[in-house]
Write a protein that binds this ligand. Sequence first.
Ligand code: SAM
Ligand code: SF4
Ligand code: SF4
Length: 397
Amino acid sequence: MSERVIPLVDHRMRTLTAPLPAQAVPATGWLSDGLGRPLRDLRISVTDRCNFRCSYCMPKSVFDNDYAYLPHSALLSFEEITRVARSFVAHGVQKIRLTGGEPLLRKHIEVLIAQLAALRTPEGRPLDLTLTTNGSLLRKKAKALKDAGLHRVTVSLDGLDDATFRAMNDVDFPVADVLDGLEAAREVGLGAPVNGGPSGLKINMVVKRGTNDDQILPMARHFRGSGTVLRFIEYMDVGATNGWRMDEVLPSAEVVQRIHAELPLVQLDPSAPGETAERWGYVGANGQHDPALGEIGVISSVTQAFCGDCNRARLSTEGKLYLCLFATEGHDLRSLIRGTPAPDGSLHAPASEAELASAIGAIWQGRTDRYSQLRASLPPDVSVGTGKRVEMSYIGG
Ligand code: SAM
Ligand code: SF4
Ligand code: SF4
């Protein structure tokens, strides 16, 4: 059957300017988009490079020796990232996640963490500061990260079977080294509960049917009662290079069923509005959730759209603001803060703090993105949009 395409967008990887709006949008700590969704969560990609080649993210066939990564001059400096982040925080962002590529490959990342850890919300509270990593460099970096003020960490791990894991990262990286990195994170205190909630350590496992779904139960058994929250992510059609197929998606409902059949689960309340993961707790001897056994999370990005309360913005490695994981275009904040020519050739002086806040505010106010919802409303053989979607390694997960 040939795939039909409904052209909801008709541009390709365009860069949009971030114009200064005619009317100022001052930062008040509360900003609402075109669908009434607040801005609460900022994900910052600090590098587009990675030492893994997970086939669902950076397949070797595309990300080979000839791949043109961004030159260092294109990257936002730590000071630039912090400046942009400060503006987002003034608009209501409470949580910042550093990601990539592999964020621990960015040199002296702990310096950036220290700068971000010093930011305060308009109410004077510290941010919820976290980082997603493949864990390969955690043993080396965990202490510096913790000392710099990182609160918690999410480690991506797609299985416990060494052969399966080596095949998935496609660079023959052993699973034992990631588990050792996790241990290092625990030793330095990155696993401590944050604000009385569950552990600060989380594991992300992307599930691909036929590739690593046999790892669901071994992973559940391993992390049950360990103080680490294991989260299963549906394999998503992000980017344009991973050759995504619906028949390789294992719906979260099936993940829960498989685990529940051996290790009974009960559904838990969401921990925060806009939370992407549905929470399920392990049941103890009394038939109730036993906090000592912990919980799992399932992120059903494909089978259950959660656009309705999506409060996440993404800042790319080179300073473009993306309003959706599936966006085809980003708003160029770098030209704005550097005062260099914008994509449309226009030139302006480096933006002041108020101007930067206004530009970010106006962009968020104009946001109507809801890719997953649109896709869910279409038949399975129809794609949303024709634009070339941005890669996950470039804007981060
Ligand atoms: N390199 C770091 C890591 O792997 O944790 C951070 C960047 S990675 C892009 C962030 C998250 O996106 C990871 O947990 C990864 O498993 C997830 N991811 C990447 N491609 C995906 C896909 N096609 N579907 C679902 N999750 C994906
Ligand atoms: Fe690298 Fe993370 Fe993408 Fe894997 S998921 S290729 S570790 S950026
Ligand atoms: Fe948010 Fe876009 Fe994902 Fe919807 S598809 S939840 S708008 S990132």
